[in-house]
Design a protein around this ligand. Structure first.
Ligand SMILES: *[C@@H]1O[C@H](CO)[C@@H](O)[C@H](O)[C@H]1NC(C)=O
Ligand SMILES: *[C@@H]1O[C@H](CO)[C@@H](O)[C@H](O)[C@H]1NC(C)=O
Ligand SMILES: *[C@@H]1O[C@H](CO)[C@@H](O)[C@H](O)[C@H]1NC(C)=O
Ligand SMILES: *[C@@H]1O[C@H](CO)[C@@H](O)[C@H](O)[C@H]1NC(C)=O
Ligand SMILES: *[C@@H]1O[C@H](CO)[C@@H](O)[C@H](O)[C@H]1NC(C)=O
Length: 436
């Protein structure tokens, strides 16, 4: 289907939506308002191309009112909520621009502020719902962006948004799940871009203060444990930046690509949905954790999870390692992991006789404490690891288009959360000479 047909169908949908939603005419069809104007419950803003709608809604079985942004074709696909923690108790809510500060304010009936943008003072704020789904407050004169909803994500990452950290300002962007389908207040799950001291990014799903699921580190083309990305990166290119100023992850949508969103569900699932305009339904292109082997640290330190190994209860120890506590391991309590059969022989004076064994095709271990150097070759990485007694394993940091590898990741502790994965990477694990 051509891009033109695609957007024609899209605008047909939004047109139909408008016909079915008569109150949208109350403010006329507009994406913008300013001081003196407002959006009341029942009215909406609609982005210029019709893709996104802003208005009041009640999620699931709730009767409370929230101000949010959703996909016009799919009102249940809410991607941003303003008053997550302060629901309105009736339909008297109104969104307006504060006449003194230019803040965007959500008032309940009696004029109490339920939510505010806390944007810098201006006398000429203009509020616009952009076609990207970003709600932007800008200064009419200077066009400076004073506030934008993309800087305050809820549970959804849209094309053009970012997760991660601005290392200069300290600003951080992450997703947080709803508490339940009826309650958009922040729930137990957060999806955060983690990075090692040497800025190797990977996405972590946290359940309160425990890691629940990792994507594996960025290998230059995809997150090591999410090879699914290879099937949609041509439409939704992933963008990862690791520099002195920021470590961020986001994605874009190519012209003509279908609608898409990445959501952290209240049950702790990360899902990428893609809108199928022919069946009028969201299709799941990725879901993580994918299976029991994605449960963080399931097989413990130096353990290895194999989702196809039902006969060994999925967990085994790495080669030349044995369960740290056989009785607990036998009771399927595998998170205690494994320990070395023979201690390493390394003295730090260049007399190391250790070597490396290859563990093929894995999601690499947690990289939080790993060190990364993209400027050296994998051979140099091996030499550097061998010469350093605290280095327990290494792997390449980057996979090239043609399959070549380069760069170096070295681990000094915590060889944890290792699993077999399709298109996985090779990990070189340090062993005593007698074990090789
Ligand atoms: C919202 O706008 C309408 C007309 O545009 C006005 O009558 C009403 O007083 C406004 N409400 C608030 C709370 O400013
Ligand atoms: C809604 O009602 C609850 C309970 O009475 C109250 O705590 C809350 O502040 C009210 N919300 C708003 C926005 O006034
Ligand atoms: C913003 O405007 C309010 C109201 O006019 C004023 O009280 C406040 O001091 C101003 N803040 C700044 C930072 O200028
Ligand atoms: C060994 O590696 C660790 C971790 O990367 C590093 O802190 C330490 O300086 C290295 N030691 C030597 C002698 O290079
Ligand atoms: C990283 O180091 C800290 C401090 O030594 C430790 O508590 C943590 O468990 C380590 N994380 C991993 C994944 O090894």
């Amino acid at each position: 289907m051509t891009a033109v047909t695609c957007s024609y169908i899209l605008s047909l949908f939004s047109f139909t939506f408008l016909l079915l939603s008569p109150r949208a005419f109350a403010v006329g069809v507009t994406d913008t308002f300013r001081k003196g104007q407002n959006v009341t419950d029942g009215e909406t803003l609609i982005s210029a191309g019709g893709t996104f709608t802003l208005g009041f809604f009640s999620p699931g079985a709730s009767t409370k009112r929230y101000l949010g942004i959703w996909f016009s074709v799919s009102a249940e696909a809410v991607c941003w909520v303003a008053n997550r923690d302060r629901p309105l108790n009736n339909t008297a809510g109104v969104l307006l621009v504060a006449s003194d500060t230019g803040d965007l304010l959500l008032l309940d009936g009696p004029g109490q502020v339920a939510w505010s943008s806390n944007s810098p003072n201006t006398s000429s704020a203009v509020v616009q719902l952009q076609e990207s789904g970003n709600l932007v407050v800008h200064d009419h004169g200077s066009k400076t962006i004073l506030w934008q909803s993309f800087d305050h994500p809820s549970n959804t990452l849209l094309p053009g948004m970012k997760m991660g950290k601005n290392l200069w300002t300290g600003d951080e962007w992450y997703l947080s799940s709803w508490r339940s389908p009826d309650d958009p207040s922040p729930g137990d799950f957060r999806r955060v871009l983690d990075y090692s001291t040497t800025r190797l990014p990977e996405l972590i799903l946290w359940q309160r203060d425990a890691k629940a699921y990792r994507t594996g580190p960025w290998n230059g083309r995809w997150f090591n444990g999410v090879p699914e990305a290879l099937t949609y990166a041509h439409e939704f290119p992933l963008q990862v930046t690791a520099s002195a100023s920021e470590v961020t992850y986001g994605y874009t949508a190519k012209r003509g690509a279908p609608l898409t969103r990445v959501v952290v569900t209240d049950a702790g699932m990360v899902r990428r949905f893609v809108w199928d305009a022919s069946s009028l339904a969201w299709k799941i292109f990725f879901q993580g954790p994918r299976d029991g082997c994605d449960t963080y640290g399931r097989c413990g330190p130096f353990g290895l999870c194999d989702a196809s190994a039902a006969s060994s209860a999925f967990c085994s120890c790495l080669k030349r390692f044995s369960p740290a506590s056989p009785p607990t391991w036998n009771m399927r309590e595998t998170s205690g992991g494994c320990r070395r059969n023979v201690v390493l022989n390394c003295h730090g004076d260049g007399t190391a006789t250790d070597g490396f064994v290859l563990v093929r095709g894995v999601k690499l271990p947690d990289t939080h404490n790993a060190s990364v150097d993209t400027s050296i070759s994998t051979e140099e990485c091996r030499d550097r690891c061998l010469a350093n007694c605290s280095c327990l394993a290494y792997a390449s940091a980057e996979i090239q288009e043609g399959g070549g590898e380069s760069g170096s990741i070295m681990w000094t502790d915590g060889i944890i959360d290792l699993r077999y994965v399709d298109r996985g990477q090779d990990l070189y694990l340090r062993l005593a000479e007698s074990e090789l």
